[in-house]
Design a binder for this molecule. Structure first.
Ligand SMILES: [Zn+2]
Length: 232
């Protein structure tokens, strides 16, 4: 990597900090320092992408092929800050950088083989306007850069948001996200193997609801990828 004079100068004036430990990043590091990256609690689900804790959430509910997440997500842990900063602190670049990192690590395992395109889980129009970006789309952009897979950003939309889900149990949540997605362009995805991308998967309810809309396009296969996986 060629580090420009300007990048070095900028780093000098306004040092970039690791999102996990808060230490200063070197000119070649992005978002997370080498040490924190090394210690990320990786799920390594991609080594067994068809049959793992996360993939099982989707069995019998949608035509699931493979599923993996980059790391285990635990609220209030140091790694949770990656998600927090990305979602709530106006740092869309974290999504793209982490997407690239994840893409590079998963490529050799064949995780992306046979996949035709990427579907980031959409936000409602209102939420996206408030935030200014969709974090799942940022992750998807990073994955797309590394894999060359096309991004299908306008195939499905999120129609309503029924309040916070944090205080609901698993089945209530399932209920809550049902019918909040709407397929708007089935022709583009017909017969395709799609990679659905979310920031964190907990019960899988959001990805399931989104995928149930996608499969209306006929002959669809689904794989799922997220940054974090929270054990529910
Ligand atoms: Zn660090």
């Amino acid at each position: 990597m060629i580090i420009s004079f300007w990048r070095r100068l900028l780093d000098l004036i306004s040092p970039r900090l690791c999102v996990v430990c808060g230490h200063r990043l070197t000119v070649t590091e992005e978002v997370i320092c080498t040490k924190c990256n090394f210690h990320l609690p990786r799920t390594d689900f991609h080594h067994n992408a068809y049959e793992n804790e996360m993939a099982k959430l989707f069995w019998y509910l949608i035509p699931i092929e493979r599923a993996t997440a980059y790391f285990y997500y635990e609220p209030h842990s140091s790694t949770a800050n990656i998600i927090y900063q990305m979602k709530y602190k106006d740092h869309p670049e974290i999504g793209e950088v982490m997407g690239r990192m994840m893409g590079k690590e998963l490529m050799p395992s064949g995780f992306f083989d046979g996949i035709d395109g990427i579907i980031p889980v959409p936000l409602t129009k209102k939420r996206q306007r408030q935030r200014g970006y969709n974090q799942s789309e940022e992750i998807a952009r990073g994955i797309s850069e590394v894999t060359g897979l096309p991004l299908f950003g306008k195939v499905v939309k999120r129609v309503s948001f029924k309040g916070s889900q944090t205080n609901l149990g698993r089945w209530e949540r399932n209920e809550n996200v049902e019918k909040v997605f709407e397929l708007i362009d089935g022709a583009t995805i017909q017969g395709k193997h799609l990679l659905v991308i979310d920031d964190v998967v907990t019960t899988g309810a959001t990805c399931i609801a989104c995928s149930k809309e996608l499969v209306k396009a006929n002959n669809i296969k689904i794989s799922i990828l997220s940054l974090g996986f929270a054990k529910s």
